[in-house]
Write a protein that binds this ligand. Structure first.
Ligand SMILES: [Zn+2]
Ligand SMILES: [Zn+2]
Ligand SMILES: [Zn+2]
Length: 301
């Protein structure tokens, strides 16, 4: 990561924002009462005896209508660079976070986030049962981060193998957990820590690729978020971080994802910069805001 604050002031350094208009509500297939606009649900939290695909739910899981990953094997997986052609076999589900037309997980209450965590864990168990040991859970917010619908939702990608980035992170911990070491150092220095609560920590990682990049993790070394009782609270902490980013910078487009296998954690990558040739081609991320400064802003927000 390269910190280059001057680049934030260069001409045309625009900020891709989440477009939030009342218009995106019209015909929103994720609103309560529009259950027939999605494929039939695979899971929902709702009152006992509620028939599937009817109102009354609080969290609802449906197959993705436009999956990137098959139900069928695909040649030429689009991740991992030019020479990666590992076919990914899986399924892709959408978790609708609320019957209300909420546009960011920052606006979900802690009870709502608990239900989202419950849905992630239930569907990860179903995926494992079906022979997909790795579930990649992610949230895209805003068109600038790849979201096509503004109603808050997450995606669960069922995979036969852990994705390459996760394998890389896990292999880096072969000689003892790297994240445990990093968290211990960060807790000592405190300069990049945003908040600590309930055995979890939220910080701006020292190698942050974009302004306000966040990492939320349990302090204890746990490897499976899908059986952890800390998952809901970790999501609440990440959502709190996003709330603070929105106070500081407005409705920023962002990606969030969960990494399991090694010391599990949630990463939040706000899309305040553009990934261009240096980032994509050389793997050097030019960050216009030092993580220490970002953490300072977020602690105050
Ligand atoms: Zn909606
Ligand atoms: Zn660890
Ligand atoms: Zn990670």
């Amino acid at each position: 990561m390269v910190v280059a604050p001057a680049r934030a002031r260069r001409p045309g350094a625009g900020r891709p924002q989440v477009v939030e208009e009342d218009g995106d509500r019209e015909g929103c297939p994720f609103d309560e009462g529009r259950e027939s606009a999605t494929p039939p649900e695979t899971f929902a939290v709702g009152p006992p005896g509620r028939p599937p695909d009817t109102p009354g739910w609080r969290v609802r899981v449906v197959p993705n209508k436009f999956p990137a990953f098959g139900p069928w094997p695909r040649e030429g997986d689009r991740t991992g660079g030019l020479f990666a052609r590992k076919a990914a076999v899986g399924r892709q589900e959408v978790v609708v976070h609320s019957p209300r037309h909420v546009r960011t997980i920052a606006d979900l209450g802690s009870k709502e986030l608990e239900l989202v965590a419950e849905a992630w864990q239930a569907r990860a168990a179903a995926a494992r049962e079906a022979g997909f040991p790795y579930v990649h859970a992610l949230v895209n917010e805003g068109a600038g981060a790849g979201a096509s619908l503004m109603h808050s939702h997450s995606q669960l990608v069922w995979l036969e193998h852990e994705p390459p980035l996760v394998a890389q992170e896990r292999e880096a911990t072969a000689g003892g957990c790297l994240l445990c070491r990093v968290l211990a150092e960060e807790r000592e220095q405190r300069i990049r820590v945003v908040e600590e609560r309930e055995g979890l920590i939220l910080l701006c990682p020292f190698a942050g690729r974009q302004p306000y990049e966040l990492l939320a993790a349990p302090l204890e070394c746990e490897t499976d978020p899908f059986t952890s009782r800390m998952l809901a609270e970790a999501m609440a902490l990440a959502a709190e971080g996003i709330r603070r980013i929105r106070v500081a910078e407005g409705a920023v487009a962002l990606n969030l994802w969960l990494h399991a296998g090694g010391h599990w954690h949630i990463e939040v990558l706000p899309r305040l910069g553009v990934l261009a040739g240096i980032e994509l081609g050389a793997g050097y991320f030019v960050n216009t805001l030092a993580p220490e400064s970002a953490a300072g802003v977020l602690r105050e927000s």
